[in-house]
Design a protein around this ligand. Structure first.
Ligand SMILES: O=c1ccn([C@@H]2O[C@H](COP(=O)(O)O)[C@@H](O)[C@H]2O)c(=O)[nH]1
Length: 233
């Protein structure tokens, strides 16, 4: 598999647990994501070890701060040599442009989170944000694209619309992926791998359905099989 579409979220409290799982996986079958919990516990050394094992690492720290601070954080993250990093698009145009300039010329891809996949329309109303997730995600994705970033994190439910308005080449990275008979956990805007791929998602972020499975490698292979079938149909 030249371009593994599944990014496994290594949401673990320590390096040992993360590396134990990574040792059971294969970098040709997946990429991995290091988020806030694991990075806070294990830091850049863990990222380096995962890269030495051959994995492309998505450092998912979702920076969201004033432009100067966000840009500096992105610069530091990109200097680790990771495959991809991210910021929150809700930080606005000046922040997005500063972040983009900070990684200009680096191999690291920079993407922006639109609206967390754990949020529903009711959650938005609660914080006085009018409009549907679809509309808000579209606005944030178009802003992200105008600012020159490589793509967005969105729900696969928004992928078809985003693919239509952003065109090809703008990465759609979709968490909230669940098997049709899977546990939703705290995710709200969820989709199956098949519909995500059919609707134009480039990469599928999957955590607990794989990492909490008794046999993570078999679970990964099942998801990869579903992705392969969807890509060919
Ligand atoms: O909108 C977002 C942005 C990031 N995530 C992250 O993806 C994984 C999903 O894990 P699951 O166990 O498959 O739910 C997790 O690391 C989140 O921090 C997201 O879910 N939604």
């Amino acid at each position: 598999m030249n371009d593994p579409r599944i990014i496994i979220a290594l949401d673990f409290p320590d390096q040992t647990t993360a590396l134990n799982l990574a040792a059971r996986l294969d970098h040709k079958l997946c990429r991995v994501k290091v988020g806030k919990e694991l990075f806070t516990a294990a830091g850049p050394q863990l990222v380096e070890k995962l890269m030495q094992l051959g994995f492309d690492v998505f450092l998912d720290l979702k920076f969201h701060d004033i432009p100067n601070t966000t840009a500096a954080a992105c610069r530091a993250a990109a200097s680790l040599g990771v495959w991809m990093i991210n910021v929150h698009a809700l930080g606005g145009e000046k922040m997005l442009r500063a972040a983009q300039q900070a990684v200009e010329g680096r191999k690291t891809k920079l993407i922006a989170v639109t609206l967390l996949t754990s949020m529903s329309r009711d959650d938005l109303r609660e914080i006085n944000i009018a409009g549907t997730p679809e509309i808000i995600v579209q606005q944030l994705a178009l802003l992200t694209q105008r600012c020159g970033l490589h793509g967005v994190v969105c729900s696969a439910l928004e992928a078809a619309n985003l693919r239509a308005v952003t065109g090809k080449g703008f990465w759609l990275v979709t968490p909230g992926i669940r098997a049709s008979d899977g546990n939703q956990d705290d995710q709200v805007r969820i989709a199956t791998p098949t519909s995500a791929i059919h609707d134009g998602a480039d990469y599928l972020v999957i955590g607990r359905p794989i990492t909490r499975s008794l046999d993570p490698l078999t679970a990964l292979q099942r998801f990869n099989d579903e992705v392969t079938v969807a890509l060919n149909n």
